[in-house]
Ligand binder design. Structure first.
Ligand SMILES: [Fe+2]
Length: 309
C-alpha cells in the first residue's frame, strides 16, 4: 500500500483536523465517529477510484433521500436496521438473556400516542372492506407467567398497504392502538388483515434498489411494541405465513419465531358468533418479555418519530 494517498502524512493530518482531534472543544464521541466515517469515505474514494462525478451523484442522492424522508426506509433496505437487531441479540446472549420473543425492526411508520384501551380494541374505523381479522394472545415473562398491565402498542397497514397518518385519506390513528393486557396477560383486537407493501416506486430508496437489482417489497406484517414495567421493551413484528415475500422481505424483518398464520374461518356458525356476514381471519400470538437487567442497556430507542397533531 506504499502508493496509497490515504496513508500519507498530509492526509492523516487532514483527517485529524476535520474531526477536531487537535482541539479540546467539541464532543469526543462525535469526533471519534466523524473521524472514522470521513476516513472510511476517503478510503472508499481511493480504493474504488470513485470519480468526482460519482461522488457528487451520491451527495445529490442523499439530499433526495432526506427531502423524501426516506432514510428510515433505506436503512432497513440496506440491512442496517437488521444488523442493529443482531447486535442487540448478541449483547443479550452474552448477558445470558434468552427465551423472549425475537425482536425485529421498527421501520419508519410508527406514530406515537395511539388511543389506549383496556384488554381489547378495534383498530379499524370500519371504512376498510378488507378481510376482518381477530388477533389475540398473551404477554408473559420468559417462564410463561402472565404479565397483566403490559402495553401492546400495535400498528399496521390497511388493505392497500398504506399506514394512517402517512396516508392522509385514513382517519387519525386508524389501525393503531395501545392495548393494556388484563390480569391474565391477555390482549385481543379486531382489525382488518394487513397486506404487504413496497417502497414508493418513484422514491430514492427504490431507485437505489433498482441499481442493486433488488425489489422493495415487504410481506404482510403487523408491528408491535410490547412493554411492561420491569421488563425489556420488545420491538417486533409478526409476518404472515404464506405471503410470497415472507422470506424475501426487502427490509430483512422476517425471523423464525415471528411467523404467524392467519387462519381463515368460513364456518357459518363462527361467522355468526362474531357478528359478521362473511369469512374472517384469526391470528393467535403470544409475546414473551425478558426482565430488565441492570447490566444490559435498555432496549428503548430514541429516534425521531411521527406524532399526530
Ligand atoms: Fe410496516
Amino acid at each position: 500500500m506504499s502508493d496509497s494517498l490515504f496513508n500519507t502524512g498530509p492526509v492523516k493530518d487532514l483527517l485529524g483536523k476535520v474531526s477536531g482531534l487537535d482541539s479540546t472543544a467539541g464532543n469526543e464521541r462525535v469526533k471519534k465517529v466523524v473521524q472514522r466515517a470521513v476516513s472510511d469515505i476517503c478510503r472508499i474514494i481511493e480504493d474504488l477510484d470513485v470519480s468526482p462525478t460519482e461522488f457528487w451523484t451520491a451527495m445529490s442522492y442523499l439530499t433526495q433521500l432526506g427531502k423524501a424522508n426516506e432514510y428510515g426506509l433505506l436503512v432497513p433496505g440496506l440491512g442496517i436496521e437488521h444488523f442493529i437487531d443482531l447486535r442487540l441479540d448478541e449483547i443479550e446472549r452474552k448477558a445470558g438473556l434468552q427465551g423472549g420473543t425475537p425482536r425485529t425492526i421498527e421501520g419508519p411508520l410508527y406514530v406515537a400516542g395511539a388511543p389506549l384501551a383496556k384488554g381489547e380494541a378495534r383498530l379499524d374505523d370500519g371504512t376498510d372492506h378488507g378481510e376482518v381479522l381477530f388477533m389475540e394472545g398473551k404477554v408473559t415473562d420468559t417462564a410463561g407467567k402472565p404479565i397483566g398491565g403490559a402495553i401492546v402498542d400495535v400498528w399496521h397497514a390497511n388493505s392497500l398497504g398504506n399506514y394512517s397518518f402517512f396516508d392522509p385519506t385514513q382517519s387519525a390513528y386508524n389501525l393503531r392502538r395501545r392495548i393494556e393486557t388484563d390480569s391474565e396477560g391477555r390482549y385481543r383486537f379486531r382489525s382488518i388483515l394487513a397486506v404487504g407493501y413496497g417502497c414508493p416506486p418513484d422514491g430514492p430508496t427504490q431507485k437505489l434498489l433498482n441499481l442493486l437489482g433488488r425489489h422493495g417489497k415487504r410481506p404482510a406484517h403487523i408491528h408491535f411494541f410490547v412493554s411492561a414495567p420491569g421488563y425489556r421493551l420488545l420491538t417486533t413484528q409478526i409476518n404472515l405465513a404464506g405471503d410470497e415475500y415472507l422470506y424475501e422481505d426487502f427490509a430483512f424483518a422476517t425471523r423464525e419465531g415471528l411467523i404467524a398464520e392467519a387462519v381463515r374461518r368460513t364456518d357459518p356458525q363462527m361467522i355468526k358468533a362474531r357478528g359478521l356476514d362473511r369469512p374472517f381471519a384469526e391470528i393467535k400470538f403470544d409475546f414473551s418479555l425478558n426482565k430488565s437487567v441492570e447490566s444490559v442497556p435498555e432496549t428503548v430507542v430514541i429516534r425521531e418519530r411521527a406524532k399526530a397533531a
